[in-house]
Design a protein around this ligand. Structure first.
Ligand code: KG4
Ligand code: ZN
Length: 347
């Protein structure tokens, strides 16, 4: 089965052609990050306009690169939420037009479900039930995932934990901004933290007192703010920061606190629910320390640990096509009246 995937929920215009849900024939991502870096974050109106300019060339190129034609597609999968409304509208409207004109099935996909499927390209077969930790700039969610078919063809989800305040990626981006680092802060902090001492500062890991399996990152962010104020730290770029041990230690310690917070809730969930696997996904799943730490801890807890290749951690359309394939195989399609849902909850 051949599926064209389209993703425009935030600041990446992406299109991909995927065969049988996991063989990638093409995967194009146009990132707007340089446009938004000047503003220190994504500007929704500018993002929508860039999607509008890029959607057609990106989709055309993805089809050309796949060696197939639009007529060969068995369906068109598109992100319909969650995300920025204006951005979602561009991808969804374009996908509808293609599906209508070529009489192809249309399937609306949840972006978060896409992230969960992003591990399927390297691991088409994984052991369920699983915990899926989705960590991105907009979300930090922990799902209990079961399968009705033994594989990715039919997953079901239960939300068991989420952030009470900032998303993990958002905390990275805010801390980056506090210290004058370029947006998005996550990748820069990942690089700089390797040069610092992660035990230099101890940030207390917030305890969720009502027993819920939730996360919280705003306390760690505030602790960094305090250190920045106490040390009178002025904004510095990445190159200047590399020469400043004080800053490197703060960043390394901040990252360690985020990573430990992510594991402490996941560990509690694993002890209670006894999954067979842990699936990590979302933009922050590119983080080298997070992968290393979760890898060690998951092994100790007897969990198989799966995470996507870096190209699939950030927003992409291959993961959307993968979900679309599973839905089409189950006979699930969307009508031409489907609307974008900026707050679409997976579970
Ligand atoms: O999934 P994604 O591309 O977009 C959303 O759906 O939000 O995630 C983007 C987020 C940003 O906050 C970015 O700083 C973070 O992922 N990120 C990282 C790394 N690479 C991207 N955070 C920590 N370490 C990284 N290496
Ligand atoms: Zn995302």
């Amino acid at each position: 089965m051949l599926v064209l995937g389209i993703e425009t929920s935030c600041d990446e215009t992406a299109a991909a052609v995927v065969e049988d849900g996991h063989r990638i024939l093409s995967n194009l991502i146009y990132s707007q990050v340089k446009t938004h870096a000047a503003f220190g974050g994504v500007v929704p109106e500018i993002a929508s306009r860039e999607h509008l300019a890029k959607i057609r060339p990106i989709v055309d190129q993805a089809i050309t690169d796949s060696g197939k034609s639009l007529d060969d597609m068995d369906g068109i999968a598109v992100t319909a939420g969650p995300g920025l409304i204006g951005c979602l509208l561009v991808g969804l409207t374009y996908a509808k037009a293609l599906a209508f004109s070529k009489r192809k099935p249309l399937v609306a996909v949840n972006h978060i479900e896409g992230h969960i499927y992003s591990v399927c390209f390297e691991y088409p077969e994984i052991e369920f039930p699983a915990l899926a930790l989705v960590v991105s700039g907009g979300h930090t969610n922990l799902f209990w995932v079961e399968t009705k078919t033994g594989n990715f063809k039919h997953l079901t989800y239960r939300l068991i934990g989420r952030t009470r305040d900032d998303a993990a990626g958002e905390a990275y981006d805010k801390v980056g901004r506090l210290l004058g680092l370029q947006y998005p802060g996550g990748p820069v902090i990942d690089r700089l933290a390797k040069l610092g001492n992660r035990n230099a500062h101890t940030f207390s890991i917030p305890k969720i007192s009502d027993g819920a399996l939730d996360f919280s990152f705003s306390g760690v962010k505030t602790a960094v703010l305090r250190l920045v104020r106490e040390g009178n730290l002025i904004p510095k770029n990445e190159a200047e920061s590399r020469e400043d041990p004080q800053r490197l230690d703060i960043l390394a310690s901040f990252q360690e606190a985020v990573v430990q917070m992510l594991w402490s809730t996941t560990a509690k969930a694993a002890a209670q629910l006894k999954p067979r696997s842990l699936m990590l996904s979302g933009g922050v799943a590119a983080n080298s320390r997070l992968k290393e730490y979760l890898g060690e801890k998951a092994a100790e807890a007897g969990l198989d640990f799966y995470f996507p290749k870096p190209i699939f951690t950030s927003d992409n359309a291959a993961m959307i096509a993968a979900v679309g394939t599973a839905k089409l195989l189950r006979g699930e399609t969307s009508g031409m009246d489907v609307s974008p849902d900026p707050n679409w909850r997976l579970a």
